[in-house]
Design a binder for this molecule. Structure first.
Ligand SMILES: *Cc1c(COP(=O)(O)O)cnc(C)c1O
Length: 376
């Protein structure tokens, strides 16, 4: 029986050659290709600074340090997100404070954030969940003048647009993921972007052990003999490799085609699923999604989601449960200060449909027929 996975990254010979070239060059750690990938990514977004890192999780950790978050501070986050969003806060000894999301987008709104702000709130992490652009300006307007930084977790968002501009490009600090579950992949990898030059310079040092001059720059300067670096604060090894960046450069060039294909396939799902299609996640009024996760909210009279997933699996279709809720997992159980009814509804009743660049219309028809049979 043919099987349809939930996601396959769109990788080809060009990425393989780029990785091989990086290997043949002899420079495999962070070097010229990382610098080039950073420039290309910043240019694509239209932001002044992009700092490549090892994952979006480490990107978020740096972003929060940049926002001045430290032990005991509170950071408002959606529970309805991959657990790394909350974990990044916990790593810093700060407290993730869970806010609910709106039903249509799965994202935070000023209305869900506002009741949770206290005088200990240092930052808010807004997430472009599943690629759906969050209304960043609305949340920024809410916290304006209160000394609170809004960090955008755009892990899923490369290729999505907010008011016509790439998601994350308007944020003071944003974090992206290049994990294969997202559109643009480098195997593992991430990027922090920001508007402020001094902040960018600090984050660059922090991702490389706090070094005042990067190893690549020291090497470039006469073999490194004449440049002595200093270490002015405790940093991390959050570097991306040049092999990953070489792949990322090729992938970035393919991003527009990836987004176009995913949007086409999502529209086709919506149309073919009939009334069920109206329960698919859709573009919000203020932007367009890359459909990183194409999720469907099951109707109340549908069979239990576990059963739906099992019956799809019997037909060789690998759908997934919807986006998780961190406050239902052991590290954060009982930690929520407020009820999160929409989060619990979405996490309990949604499922993610197979959607990837090479998904054929025949395969999509198979998924649709199976869903209509099982869900009705
Ligand atoms: C995938 C994801 C992350 C983590 O990304 P990594 O690159 O795997 O660390 C963080 N936040 C959100 C919303 C994600 O979807």
């Amino acid at each position: 029986m043919s099987s349809i996975p939930v996601m396959i990254p769109w990788l080809g010979e060009e990425e393989a050659l780029a990785a091989a070239e990086a290997v043949r060059s002899g420079w495999v750690a962070q070097g010229p290709r990382v610098a080039e990938f950073e420039r290309a990514f910043a240019e694509y977004l239209g932001v002044p600074h992009a700092i490549a890192v090892s994952s979006c999780t480490t990107a978020l950790q740096l972003a929060l340090i940049g926002a001045g978050v430290g032990p005991g501070d509170e950071v408002v986050v959606p529970s309805f997100s991959f657990i790394a969003t909350a974990n990044a806060v916990t790593y810093l000894g700060a407290v993730p404070v869970f806010a609910d999301v709106e039903l249509s987008s799965g994202n935070l709104t000023p209305g869900t954030v506002e009741p949770l702000l206290t005088d200990r709130t240092k930052a808010v992490i807004v997430v472009d969940q599943g690629g759906v652009p969050v209304d960043l300006p609305a949340v920024e307007a809410l916290v304006a003048g209160r000394g609170i930084t809004v960090v955008e977790d755009a892990a899923c968002g490369a290729g999505s647009l907010l008011n016509g501009r790439p998601v994350g490009s308007g944020a003071a600090i944003a974090a992206y993921s290049f994990h294969p579950r997202k559109l643009l992949t480098t195997g593992e990898g991430g990027m922090v972007t920001c508007q402020d030059g001094e902040l960018a310079a600090r984050l660059r040092r922090l991702r490389e052990h706090g070094m005042s001059v990067s190893a690549a720059d020291r090497h470039a300067a006469s073999g490194g003999a004449s440049v002595v670096e200093t270490y002015d604060e405790v940093g991390y090894n959050f570097r991306m490799t040049d092999i990953q960046a070489a792949i990322g450069l090729v992938q970035l060039g393919k991003l527009p085609a990836m987004v176009a294909r995913r949007r086409e396939l999502a529209a086709r799902y919506r149309e073919l699923l009939g009334p069920l299609g109206e329960r698919l996640v859709a573009d919000p009024p203020h932007g367009s999604s890359n459909f990183q996760a194409c999720w469907l909210l099951l109707p109340e009279d549908a069979p239990d989601r576990t059963e739906v997933l099992a019956r799809l699996a019997e037909k060789g279709i690998s759908a997934r449960r919807g986006i998780m809720a961190a406050h239902l997992e052991l590290p954060y159980k009982g930690a929520s200060r407020v009820e999160l009814p929409t989060t619990e509804l979405l996490t309990g009743r949604s499922l993610i449909l197979p959607l990837y660049h090479s998904l054929t219309e025949e395969q999509q028809d198979t998924v649709v027929a199976a869903l209509r049979e099982i869900v009705g």
